[in-house]
Design a protein around this ligand. Structure first.
Ligand code: ADP
Length: 229
């Protein structure tokens, strides 16, 4: 049985109105990502990767085309519904981790459960389970400054997946990591994908792209013929 499409973009375009005139940051971008897939997005600076991530993360709207998330046409949604869909279905991982410095790992990881109004008594247990999935179950009480870069990113991945989203969007997740930590983080992302998550990773690192099931190449706002890795 084919896994369901989590991302389905059809001829998506995004034009910014700059002082110097319109900037066509994305043009006719059509692709899908299914549950269970790990997809890398690569391309030179200015090619449109951030614009694409913002649209996929429901932080921005296309100026043309259609974006369906889990089969829902996102153009039909009001801002409040988009916010709810984002909180429920999407997790974000950033290059700089963005952990709350004075909160232990477990509390950081539980934050999306607060936004999703999970019962208070269940939060710590669910956060511990998410940490355990990335091999960090024993560090639930650790403050971020006591963790290595790779460990911080594993906590950030636990936080981004604690509410069991369908889509994980990662923006240069290994940009601050050494080779060993990069390998470990990519191993966890691959495992999460194997367990049914759709994972999209924007990266400059060819070794990261090598770990993906597919590589999407963006150039001047367009996708090169979607290459199979
Ligand atoms: P990348 O993430 O691949 O570096 P971006 O998505 O940031 O690319 O940018 C794509 C293009 O859109 C670039 O030409 C950039 O200058 C332009 N751009 C991005 N954001 C804006 C904006 N808010 N206003 C005008 N132009 C923008």
């Amino acid at each position: 049985m084919t896994a369901p499409a989590v991302i389905d973009t059809r001829a998506v375009g995004r034009t910014y109105e700059a002082v110097s005139g319109p900037v066509h940051a994305l043009d006719q971008v059509s692709f899908g990502v299914r549950a269970g897939e790990l997809v890398a997005v690569v391309g030179p600076s200015g090619s449109g990767k951030s614009t694409l991530l913002n649209i996929l993360g429901l932080l921005d709207r296309p100026s043309a085309g259609t974006y369906l998330l889990d089969g829902v046409d996102t153009a039909d949604l009001r801002e409040k519904e988009r916010t709810r869909l984002r909180a429920q279905r999407i997790g974000f991982v950033f290059q700089a981790f963005h952990l709350v410095a004075h909160k232990p790992a477990g509390v950081n990881v539980a934050l999306p459960l607060v936004y999703n109004r999970a019962p208070r008594h269940a939060r710590r247990r669910v956060a511990e389970q998410a940490l355990a999935r990335v091999g960090m179950g024993h560090r639930v009480d650790a403050l971020p400054h006591t963790l290595s870069g790779g460990e911080k990113q594993r906590v950030a991945i636990a936080r981004a997946t604690v509410h069991r989203p369908s889509l994980l969007l990662c923006d240069e997740p290994t940009g601050n990591l050494d080779t060993e930590s990069t390998g470990m983080v990519m191993g966890h992302l691959a495992q999460l994908a194997a367990d049914g998550l759709a994972v999209v990773v924007v990266t400059h690192d060819p070794t990261v792209a090598d770990r993906a099931d597919r590589v999407l190449r963006v150039r001047d706002g367009r996708l090169d013929a979607a290459g199979e890795a």
